[in-house]
Structure formats: C-alpha cells, structure tokens
Design a protein around this ligand. Structure first.
Ligand code: IMP
Ligand code: MG
Length: 174
C-alpha cells in the first residue's frame, strides 16, 4: 500500500495555539504541584515539545515506548518496549500521547503507572478519535477530536514515515 499526504487538517500554528491553551489549563489544574511528563515515543515528540514549553510548574520529563500498532491497524496487544528511566512513586504523571484511537495503548499505560504508585495519572493527547474506541478511555486533556481517518505528520507516522511533516494531514491510501 502506498500513502501520500492529502489535505492539511491542522496547521502548525493551530496546533501550537492549542498546545498553549491546553498547557495553561494544566498549569491551573496542578497549581502548587510538580509534574512528571511521560512522552510516548515516537509519535508524541512534537506535541510534547509544544506542551512542555508552556508549562510553568516544576517539571521532569521521561519517555516510554509502548506499541500495539502494525500498519494502520491496532492489534489490541500492547507491549512496553522501552521503560521510563525515573521513579514515579508519589508523582503526578501526565502521559503525553499523539493520538487516542482504540484506547488500548492508554488503558495499558494508565494501569502501568497506577501500579507503580504514582500520586495521579492523567492523559494529554494531541488528537482523539472517539468513534474508534474499544475501551473506555477519555483523555483529560486533548487537543482536537477527529473523525475516523488515518492522519500523519507532527509526530504521527505511517510505517515510520511522515513524522517530520510540520502539520497534521490526512493520509491518502492508494
Ligand atoms: P490505540 O491503542 O488504538 O489507541 O492506538 C494508539 C496509537 O496508534 C497511537 O499512539 C498512534 O501511534 C497509533 N495511531 C492511531 N491512529 C493513528 C493515525 O491516524 N495515524 C497515525 N498513528 C495512529
Ligand atoms: Mg503512539
């Protein structure tokens, strides 16, 4: 299958403005607390950078690699391929994700961090596709809700390509 970039769904400017708005809400909600941001590699990288620049709280960052995806289809089996390096005991973990699709990945990660004694665990996703949900996951912080379509760019890939696009675009499958 061949993939090309279709129309732009969200421009860099729109995403950055949204990240600022979301980060301001986070600053408000966690006032007086510190934050432990966990980015899901590799997709959340660009959104995470936009979010963290606007966070004014005491913040640490870490990364995790969890994977369930093959091509454009989720398998439902989520594995942690690279663990975080720090200790989240007693910390406010905020998982930064690129997109919530079926919800399998995040349900697994929520369970994972809760089981490690985090004080709180929440999700901050750039995009969400609620119509595709198979498990009941609703990110507390979310940039944009989209319909059931496959998107690429701004960190999101199709078979590891297109992550470098400075916008979110619709993938055209041929
Ligand atoms: P879930 O476990 O089905 O919620 O899948 C979440 C992961 O699937 C995301 O972190 C992405 O890596 C990938 N994914 C889901 N939808 C898309 C998409 O439209 N474009 C690119 N990757 C996607
Ligand atoms: Mg991902």
């Amino acid at each position: 299958m061949d993939v090309t970039v279709g129309r732009v769904l969200f421009s860099e400017e729109e995403i950055r403005n949204k990240a600022k708005e979301v980060a301001e809400q986070i600053n408000e909600d966690y006032k007086g607390e510190s934050l432990y941001l966990v980015g899901t590699l590799r997709g959340a990288l660009v959104w995470m950078a936009d979010i963290m620049k606007n966070i004014t709280l005491d913040t640490e960052i870490d990364f995790i690699v969890a994977s369930s995806y093959q091509g454009t289809d989720s398998t439902g089996v989520v594995t942690v391929k690279k663990d975080i390096e720090g200790d989240v005991t007693g910390k406010n973990v905020l998982i930064i994700e690129d997109i919530v699709d079926t919800g399998f990945t995040l349900s697994k990660l929520l369970e994972y961090f809760r089981g490690r004694g985090a004080k709180s665990v929440e999700i901050c996703s750039m995009l969400s596709k609620p119509s595709r949900r198979k498990v009941d996951i609703d990110p507390k912080y979310n940039g944009f809700v989209i319909d059931d379509m496959f998107v690429i760019g701004y960190g999101l890939d199709y078979e590891q390509k297109f992550r470098n696009l400075p916008f979110v675009g619709i993938a055209e499958l041929k």
